[in-house]
Ligand binder design. Structure first.
Ligand SMILES: *Cc1c(COP(=O)(O)O)cnc(C)c1O
Length: 388
């Protein structure tokens, strides 16, 4: 059976050209970038080339890019880094209720250490209200953190508008762009962000590498203490093959982003339309238009998301019920609950995220396979019986 992968928001397959670009740095060019000799300098050169590529693509300067071990580290670095370096100015941070755990958990950690965090609500589509952000700012506010696009429901937040408010109020602004980098255009000055977290494995790059953009002049404490790598902001010998792969992935994304976004938007539209047409009591979660080109998230009444997922998996179709990190827990997604969905509906959610290898045939396959699965599960559903 040919398997169908529709979980690109969890991770993407590494692009073959990325693998090819990385191989020399796992073989002959193995030097430590901090070494003075030619082995080291070759590795150093490769890192700086990747840094230049990534910086140019997001409209940043080379020395504003700090490589990290991934999106999670970049978010932790931004949040704890700003908190620790600006404690003397204030202890208040503003965020919202649908952030990724990579943002929520470091904030919870800071709350246990005396920081105050405002979690702004979102509307039924998952949108943060920029005026709500403005109203929440106080004299003690040192950071605003709002994600560029949500990983579960695909809603794209009004980052540029919040960026203008943050600048006007003199507050640092961080965005988690792990879901948008390489998928929709990003220019740090247009967005008005001071810190932007990205990850390579969501755009056909390798796992275990990411970066934090830090606007010049932004006060952040170093994330790791040790050697002098990354201008002392992130000690440890650099992940040279990973960084090279990240640079290559960004280059490919830049060339293909426009056409690919258009292609995926069409496929996505077809999937949404087909599902709403063929299944009763189903609703789309997230914003109908301001959403990632590749995201489909639906709630199917009277069935469990997990049951649909397992049945789809038996047919070779890989989807998700929310974020991969929390799919082993039985708690419904905090994102869906924040939209105001009742528990049962949040439990009955399914996410399909499309990507480079997704074809029309694959979408057709889902539309053939899912409706009978839902019908079968509903015929056995205690939820449905208790309703009639
Ligand atoms: C994947 C993801 C992360 C975490 O990135 P890693 O590189 O896996 O640590 C953070 N935020 C969002 C929105 C993500 O989608």
């Amino acid at each position: 059976m040919k398997r169908v992968y529709l979980d690109y928001a969890a991770t993407t397959p590494t692009h073959p050209d990325v693998v090819t670009a990385m191989l020399p740095y796992l073989n002959d060019t193995f030097g430590n970038p901090s070494s003075i000799h030619s082995f080291g300098q070759e590795a150093k050169g490769a890192i700086e080339e990747a840094r230049e590529t990534i910086a140019a693509l997001i409209g940043a300067k080379n020395d504003e890019i700090v490589f990290t071990s991934g999106g999670t580290e970049a978010d932790n670095f931004a949040i704890k880094g700003v908190a620790y370096a600006n404690e003397h100015r204030g202890n208040h941070i503003i965020t919202n209720s649908i952030e990724h755990h990579a943002v929520i958990e470091p904030l919870k950690f800071l709350e246990r250490r005396g920081f105050k965090v405002t979690y702004l609500p979102v509307d039924q589509y998952g949108m943060v209200d920029p005026q709500g952000v403005r109203k929440a700012v106080s004299e003690k506010t040192i950071l605003i953190s709002v994600m560029h696009a949500n990983n579960e429901i695909g809603t794209i937040e009004p980052i540029a508008e919040i960026g203008r408010i943050a600048k006007e109020m003199g507050v640092y602004f961080h965005t988690d762009a792990a879901q948008t980098i390489g998928h929709i255009p990003i220019k740090v000055n247009e967005l008005g962000v001071d810190l932007l977290a990205i990850s390579a494995h969501k755009l056909y790059g390798p796992k275990g590498v990411g970066a934090l953009y830090v606007r010049k002049g932004t006060k952040v404490a170093p994330f790791m203490h040790g050697g002098e790598q990354e201008r002392r902001r992130r000690a440890s010998t650099e992940n040279v093959p990973g960084i090279v792969g990240f640079g290559k992935a960004m280059q490919i994304a830049q060339n293909e982003m426009g056409t690919e976004a258009e292609r995926l938007t069409l496929l996505r539209g077809g999937l949404i339309e087909g599902l709403l047409e063929r299944i009763d009591d189903i609703q789309l979660n997230g914003h109908p238009r301001k959403r990632l080109p590749n995201n489909v998230n639906v709630s199917v009444q009277f069935v469990e998301g997990e049951s649909m997922l397992l049945n789809l998996d038996m047919e070779g179709i890989a989807a998700s019920t929310g974020s991969a990190c929390s799919s082993s827990s039985l708690e419904p997604s905090h994102v869906l609950l924040a939209l105001g969905l009742p528990h049962e509906q949040a439990h009955g959610s399914l996410r399909f995220t499309l990507g480079r290898e997704t074809t029309e045939e694959e979408i057709e396959r889902v539309l053939e396979v899912l409706p009978p699965i839902v019908a079968k599960l509903r015929s056995m559903s205690p939820l449905l019986k208790s309703r009639v």
